[in-house]
Design a protein. Structure first.
Length: 442
């Protein structure tokens, strides 16, 4: 979501005659788009502000903080001498006016962090860089109020985008020969739109089916899903259409019923496993990824073992695992005690990661010998065969990568630059690591 927000901001400012710079030193205006999910992200910004302070000594630079951290810590951030304004998640359309006021000395410091229930940035075409893959926000905000999560306070209440606006954007991307779109929302599968003019209502399954039929050559992904909203009709639609990718990201957070209740996650371990069984029954080749948090308030060794047991039962294809990070203003920060020590948190995290990697490798090994269709995304960042010619400064990189329908990365040797970014090709998997499949073009 932050990636697409940055593209939306870029689009807005380019249309108001601003230019994008290649380096921070060239810039007259520096914008930081921020995240507040974990403390580490916030500390990174504060570190960068110290660096910007030195730049401002030599140049009249305007510095703005955007996004979730601006929404959450607005006035605290404005206390920094290096910060000129903060703009929350519903304020991006106001940026040209904010900048004009500061440039014309009409305002000193600006705080623009009011929520707008209707703001969804509809009809703004983001400035996507690769012209191959695009993100489409279909909903913003969240009503779930998980006890640990700051999103409802930084993104506001849930609001679904007008379905006609979404269809229009998909049709535009189709006309520009985009190969893949990802539907975005903090809780994407709770999408619900009432078309009052036509007396119709649309849920996420309806939306998925409509988009799947617009262009059968565009691959469709979506994230992130909440287990409580992953209904049978959504699973049926994914199974029905080949261009809807066979991958579902389904955050579980914990395998302990006690911890799930403390987190205000409205399902238990058994219900989550039932959803997994439904997915695998109707979509046997579907990859399933997840988010797991360890070290939450009052988590015991028994709770931790319940999470390990869940991993053993599901055998996730990949996922994101992290330590609980208390966020001020949330229910858990106000009413629960962060009482698991850091050493225990880190040990439990490592145990979860080690177990997950075991199943990542096992699942990848099952892919060896199989042929997959992939969308070529570019050169592999982990290529070990990069040779730099000192005379002409050219880089030779034959290791390229793409992703298959299951969101698995497949690295292949692009001999003589046979394929280019955006090509859809078939590759055969010959080997793997726990993170990557290794293949060859066929």
């Amino acid at each position: 979501m932050n990636v697409v927000d940055s593209e939306i901001v870029t689009s807005i400012l380019l249309k108001h005659n601003y230019q994008l710079t290649e380096t921070i030193e060239e810039a007259d205006i520096i914008l930081f788009n921020t995240c507040s999910i974990r403390d580490k992200a916030e500390q990174t910004l504060l570190y960068k502000l110290d660096y910007i302070k030195h730049l401002k000594k030599n140049k009249n630079i305007i510095v703005g903080i955007l996004g979730c951290m601006a929404q959450r810590l607005n006035n605290e951030l404005l206390k920094y001498n290096s910060v000129d304004f903060v703009a929350g998640t519903d304020s991006y359309r106001k940026l040209p006016n904010i900048l004009e006021d500061i440039l014309n000395k009409k305002s000193d410091k600006v705080n623009s962090t009011d929520f707008d229930y209707y703001e969804n940035y509809e009809d703004i075409t983001p400035e996507y860089k690769n012209k191959i893959s695009a993100f489409i926000p279909i909903a913003r905000g969240c009503n779930n109020m998980c006890s640990y999560c700051v999103v409802p306070y930084t993104r506001g209440p849930e609001k679904s985008r007008n379905i006609n606006s979404i269809i229009k954007e998909v049709e535009y991307l189709s006309s520009k020969n985009y190969k893949e779109i990802t539907l975005l929302g903090e809780n994407v599968n709770s999408y619900y739109f009432e078309d009052i003019d036509n007396n119709k209502t649309y849920n996420f399954a309806n939306l998925l089916e409509i988009i799947a039929n617009i262009d059968k050559n565009i691959r469709i992904r979506f994230t992130s899903s909440h287990p409580k909203d992953l209904t049978d009709d959504i699973i049926d639609i994914i199974s029905k259409y080949d261009n809807i990718c066979k991958h579902i990201h389904l955050p579980v957070q914990s395998g302990s019923d006690k911890i799930l209740k403390l987190m205000n996650r409205p399902y238990n371990k058994e219900q989550y496993l039932n959803i997994i069984n439904k997915i695998r029954e109707k979509i046997p080749d579907c990859a399933i990824s997840t988010d797991i948090m360890t070290g939450f308030c009052d988590e015991t060794e028994e709770d931790h073992k319940e999470t390990l047991d869940l991993i053993d039962k599901v055998k996730f294809d990949f996922g994101f695992t992290f330590i609980y990070s208390e966020r001020s203003g949330t229910h858990s920060a106000k009413y629960l005690k962060d009482n698991v020590d850091n050493e225990t948190k880190n040990r439990r995290l490592n145990e979860i990661i080690d177990l997950q990697r075991k199943y990542y490798l096992e699942n990848n090994q099952k892919c060896i010998g199989k042929i997959y269709q992939i969308l070529v995304e570019g050169q592999s960042s982990k290529n070990e065969n990069v040779n730099k010619n000192q005379e002409n400064n050219e880089i030779s990189n034959n290791e390229w990568f793409g992703r298959n329908t299951n969101n698995r990365v497949i690295v292949f040797n692009n001999i003589n630059n046979k394929v280019k970014i955006g090509d859809v090709i078939e590759v055969k998997v010959n080997n793997c690591t726990s993170a990557t499949l290794l293949g060859e073009i066929i």
